[in-house]
Design a protein around this ligand. Structure first.
Ligand code: F3S
Length: 67
């Protein structure tokens, strides 16, 4: 099952991830994303891919969890 990865070194706080995928991300006090659901499939994977596409810093991607 794909797992969401966020590189906090790349994130500059654009906030598009939690705007387009509010079920998967929320934001902390500094506007950085907090992943609410790390493993995604089906509709949640589609939402995760929308967040990947929306991030201008390419700070989010999906990796295959081998389990
Ligand atoms: Fe950061 Fe990209 Fe979200 S810059 S706040 S991970 S849209």
């Amino acid at each position: 099952m794909p797992v969401i990865v966020v590189d906090m070194d790349k994130c500059t706080g654009h906030g598009r991830c939690y705007a387009v995928a509010p079920l998967l991300f929320t934001d902390d006090d500094e506007g950085r994303p907090i992943v609410l659901v790390s493993h995604v499939e089906g509709d949640s994977e589609k939402q995760a891919l929308a967040a990947v596409a929306a991030c201008p810093e390419s700070a989010i991607w999906l990796e295959d969890d081998e389990q």
